[in-house]
Design a binder for this molecule. Structure first.
Ligand SMILES: Nc1ncnc2c1ncn2[C@@H]1O[C@H](COP(=O)(O)OP(=O)(O)OP(=O)(O)O)[C@@H](O)[C@H]1O
Length: 654
């Protein structure tokens, strides 16, 4: 093998087959260790000759990655065979070969071989055998012929090789193009793979989002189902609620109708009650007279004064005046209170008038009598024994509390005095130190009511405020004169209580006025023998008291003209003395026999007021009519019972 020179060189541009092997895929290597790799540039012919000379030489042709170690060139004596067994499919395709393709290299034509290179060989054979052997000569000739033939075949192969080389070059060119294309495609595929990788990542992100959304959707579906169930429940509940609501509404309507009916009935009832109550008071007399006698004071008791008044029949409203133990006269009043009666007893009979005031009627309560008989005591009272003024307002607040669901009231109090026919505001700020210079006058409003412009009106909401106002007025009256006792005896003290009421059921409003009057003492001028200023005072007092008597008389006789304007007192009291208003006179008397003439004078005046002397015909008539009707009803009842009894008897005996 060492003698065999490699028939081809490893230069990448040529091969044993005569085509260039530029492709990295197509590498010829010495597959057999017998093929040394040197750079010999021997021709193919020389190689084949040498092959021919070494008949037993085996060659292995390898095309790395293309025709890989699978070509076998087997040399036998007759021919050289090249086999393609595991060639690259692409190369095989280019060469139009099948994996099992092979071709044979024919032996060189010996006869035609004129090559000098063979000659030494022949010469050597001749020389070796001495040219003497005919067999050798024959062999030689045969060999020569064979060599010629092989040379011819070699030529053909060379041509074919050229063709195949061209084909291979073209195939290689195509292969390169294909490789380039493949590279481009690979790059494209790479970029596509990169893009796909991105897309895959994106896709996985989307998938994860999709999974989240699917999970949320599932939860929402469950919630939606739950809500649907709840909605269905609520729907059924709603129907029930609607049913209940309709029932409640109808009940409310019924109740509302009932309420309105009851309200109407209540308003009607309240109105009826008010009218009946008023009727009762009218039957009792719109002008009522009470008589109250004070006890003997300590001085009188010490002096051993005799009592001239008998109260045996006081419960029947009667009292008897005696003189020196002899009967003088009996008086009858609506109520008579002896020396033992206390403030509460007096107020018990007075209280109904408080109700009348809150019902909207004007009322006047006044105390009349001789000085020192207890007028102020009855009206104002003391801290321990509070009088009519305080108790009436107390009764107001009690009734207001009772009626708070049905009525709303607003109460104001004014305190004034009339002295020598002059009006003085006892609640005005100036009254505490000096008497006010401003003259107060009585005015008539558009509604026909009378009022004193500029008079202080104190709002009172509770009894503490009432007591404060009463005390302020009382103190102002006492301070107004150097001699408080004297002064208080010579002036009329008036408390005006304004009551505004609102019926919360029907919105009806009322405005009523209560006068609480502590009149000045009614002394007889002759007895007191007064002169000068005192005489003027007394005359003014008597004039105003007389005017009051005249007004009351005119009211009792229903005179067409009532002389209210004859005095400041009657002018002030005008609204509470006429019409539907009610008046209560409490005549105060002394039990002392020494005062009997003043006592009888006061009692006579009171009797005149009550209408006994003047003959209170209407009242009397009303009572008589009432008794007559009552008797008629009784007679009718008896007759009806008798008739019924006779009817029953006749039926029984039939
Ligand atoms: N019913 C009574 N019980 C006890 N004391 C009485 C009663 N009535 C009056 N008094 C007492 O008699 C005195 C005189 O009373 P009061 O001042 O009220 O008389 P008045 O008629 O108002 O006198 P004036 O006309 O001077 O004002 C007072 O001390 C008073 O406390």
């Amino acid at each position: 093998m060492a003698d065999l020179d490699p028939p081809f060189h490893t230069d990448p541009g040529s091969s044993m087959l005569g085509f260039s092997l530029t492709s990295p895929d197509l590498v010829i290597c010495a597959g057999s260790p017998d093929l040394p790799s040197n750079n010999s540039r021997d021709s193919t012919d020389s190689f084949l000759n040498k092959c021919h000379q070494k008949m037993e030489t085996a060659l292995e042709l390898s095309l790395d990655k293309g025709i890989k170690g699978s070509q076998e060139i087997k040399r036998n004596r007759d021919q050289l065979t090249v086999r393609f067994s595991t060639a690259s499919p692409s190369l095989i395709h280019v060469l139009s070969l099948s994996p099992e393709s092979s071709f044979e290299l024919p032996p060189p034509d010996v006869s035609e071989d004129k090559d000098n290179s063979m000659m030494p060989y022949a010469d050597d054979a001749e020389n070796e055998h001495g040219g003497s052997s005919p067999e050798l000569a024959i062999n030689y000739k045969r060999q020569k012929v064979e060599l010629a033939r092989m040379r011819k075949e070699m030529e053909e192969l060379k041509k074919e090789n050229c063709l195949k080389t061209k084909e291979c070059q073209e195939a290689l060119k195509s292969l390169q193009e294909l490789q380039n294309e493949l590279m481009r495609k690979s790059m494209h595929v790479g970029s596509l793979a990169f893009a796909i990788e991105g897309q895959v990542k994106e896709k996985s992100k989307w998938f994860s989002s999709l999974r989240d959304l699917a999970r949320k959707l599932k939860i929402m579906k469950m919630e939606q189902m739950k809500l649907s169930e709840e909605a269905a429940t609520y729907k059924s509940c709603l129907q029930d609620v609607n049913c209940i609501s309709a029932t409640i509404q109808s009940k409310i309507n019924q109740q509302e109708e009932l309420h309105n009916d009851l309200k109407a009935k209540f308003v009607e009832g309240a109105k009826e009650r008010k009218e009946l109550y008023n009727k009762v008071l009218e039957l009792k007399g719109n002008i009522r007279v009470f008589c109250r006698c004070r006890p003997l004071n300590s001085e009188e008791s010490t002096a051993g004064a005799s009592v001239a008044v008998d109260f045996e029949c006081s419960s029947d409203g009667e009292l008897t005046v005696k003189s020196n133990g002899a009967f003088r006269k009996t008086y009858k009043f609506d109520s008579v209170f002896g020396p033992q009666a206390d403030q509460a007893d007096v107020f018990e009979d007075t209280a109904p008038l408080a109700t009348s005031v809150l019902d909207g009627y004007n009322v006047c309560i006044f105390a009349y009598g001789q000085t020192g008989t207890g007028k102020t005591y009855t009206m104002e009272g003391t801290d321990e024994a509070r009088g009519v003024n305080y108790r009436t307002l107390e009764e107001f607040f009690r009734i207001i509390k009772e009626r708070e669901q049905l009525y709303r009231y607003d109460i104001t109090v004014s305190v004034l005095e009339v002295y020598n026919e002059q009006i003085r505001d006892l609640l005005a700020s100036g009254t505490q130190s000096v008497p006010p210079t401003k003259r107060l006058e009585i005015r008539q409003s558009g509604e026909g009511t009378h009022h004193v412009p500029g008079l202080t009106e104190a709002h009172v909401n509770n009894m503490n405020q009432v007591w404060e106002v009463l005390q302020t007025g009382s103190n102002a009256r006492a301070i107004g004169s150097t001699n408080s006792n004297e002064h208080s005896s010579r002036s009329h003290c008036l408390h005006c209580v304004m009551v505004k009421g609102e019926n919360l059921l029907n919105g009806e409003c009322t405005k009523s006025k209560l006068w609480l009057v502590d009149l000045a003492g009614s002394e007889r001028i002759a007895k007191t023998e007064v002169q000068g200023e005192r005489l003027k005072e007394t005359q003014n007092i008597n004039r105003s008291l007389s005017a009051l008597g005249d007004v009351i008389s005119a009211l009792a006789t229903k005179s067409p003209h009532i002389p209210f304007r004859n005095s400041k007192l009657t002018h002030l009291l005008q609204d509470s003395l006429g019409g539907d208003s009610k008046a209560l006179m409490i005549v105060q008397i002394s039990p002392n026999e020494n005062d009997i003439s003043e006592t009888m004078c006061s009692l006579n005046f009171a009797s005149r007021v009550k209408g006994v002397e003047l003959g209170c015909a209407k009242k009397q008539l009303d009572t008589a009519e009432f008794i007559k009707y009552k008797q008629m009803v009784n007679i009718f009842s008896v007759n009806f019972a008798l008739t019924l009894f006779h009817s029953c008897l006749s039926v029984y005996f039939l």
